[in-house]
Design a protein around this ligand. Structure first.
Ligand code: ADP
Length: 306
């Protein structure tokens, strides 16, 4: 195989109660990447469209992730990477993760799959380290594996694939203001109140259970965040009002996608998702804030060859 074209999906990390450990993969929101062998023994980013991002290999998350992979193999093969960005950087739906995960997935295929998809996670995490200063896995794991992922442990890394109830739909509203992951991490408190922690781990355990037994209502009841949301939501215009509107329109739960400013509403079925989407859209239009909207199924496959 000389080249490969892939769809690199957007992802929703944290999912309220699972800060830094939980994420899920979206289906119709993502970047496209073309990866090709070259004869130059050199890794190059040769084209980026849709976003103004660094072309230098060591400054682009795709380059950094692939370099981590190639270092492990002691390989001299060169590659060219082209990226068509559709996910805006700093949107909170895993823009950097899509590029990191997509790049290592594609290169691994071109090399004859020396690594399993799960083994690619640590390489993709190096891209996340470049983007945010923190090598978190809650976007790259679901981007690579599809569905819902849970990071049980970072040291040693242990990532679990969780089931995806088939009627789940995700509505994403992205207010067009940029919030850097670095900045939204900086405002988080480093100590957690014990009562809040008890609520949080109760919800996280219940959410995992809800995915297994396909209990949509339990899933919704578990989507609460006592720790991060109260602090980070101040960066998102009209967060509380949006949440109320989404819940009154039938959403199972609502929260901040990743480090924001995107917010997500989890819904059961397309009919509810459309109502939620329209209500949030109307509200933001009235407030005069620019936004993007997405409505997606859970992508159980992850990265796709196209
Ligand atoms: P998101 O949470 O949507 O991934 P981040 O703010 O975490 O957004 O990451 C975006 C940062 O990563 C930006 O500073 C951007 O310049 C940098 N970056 C480097 N390469 C890429 C890439 N290929 N795709 C997206 N962002 C990249």
């Amino acid at each position: 195989m000389e080249d490969i074209k892939i769809f690199a999906p957007a992802t929703v990390a944290n999912l309220s109660c699972g800060f830094d450990v939980l994420g899920c993969c979206l289906d119709n929101v993502g970047d496209e990447m073309l990866l090709r062998k070259n004869d130059l023994n050199e890794l190059r980013i040769t084209r980026i469209s849709g976003q103004d991002l660094p072309m230098e290999t060591h400054k682009n998350v795709a380059g950094v992730a692939v370099q981590a992979l190639l270092k492990q193999l002691d390989f001299t093969q060169g590659f060219d990477i082209e990226i068509d960005k559709h996910i805006k950087a700093g949107s909170g739906i895993g823009s950097s993760a899509a590029s990191s995960a997509g790049a290592v997935y594609g290169i691994n295929k071109l090399l004859g799959e020396p690594f399993t998809v799960k083994e690619l996670i640590p390489f993709a995490m190096e891209g996340e380290r470049l983007a945010s200063g923190n090598a978190h896995a809650d976007n790259v794991a679901p981007a690579l594996m599809g569905g819902f992922s849970l990071v049980r442990s970072y040291d040693p890394l242990e990532v679990l694939a969780l089931p995806s109830p088939p009627k789940l739909r995700v509505v994403i509203l992205h207010p067009l203001i940029e919030v850097k992951t670095k900045d939204s991490r900086a405002i988080i408190k480093q100590n957690v109140n014990l009562q809040d922690a008890i609520t949080q781990w109760g919800n996280l355990g219940a959410l995992v259970s809800a995915l297994y037994v396909e209990d949509y209502e339990l899933f919704g009841r578990s989507l609460h965040d006592k720790i991060i949301e109260p602090v980070r939501s101040i960066l998102i215009p009209y967060f509380d009002e949006l949440k109320q509107i989404a819940m009154e329109s039938g959403a199972l739960g609502f929260g901040i996608s990743g480090s924001g400013p995107s917010v997500f509403a989890m819904c059961k079925g397309d009919e509810v998702a459309v109502s939620v989407r329209e209500a949030m859209q109307l509200f933001y239009q009235e407030k005069g804030i620019d936004f993007d909207l997405h409505h997606s199924e859970i992508n159980t496959q992850g990265i796709k060859i196209i």
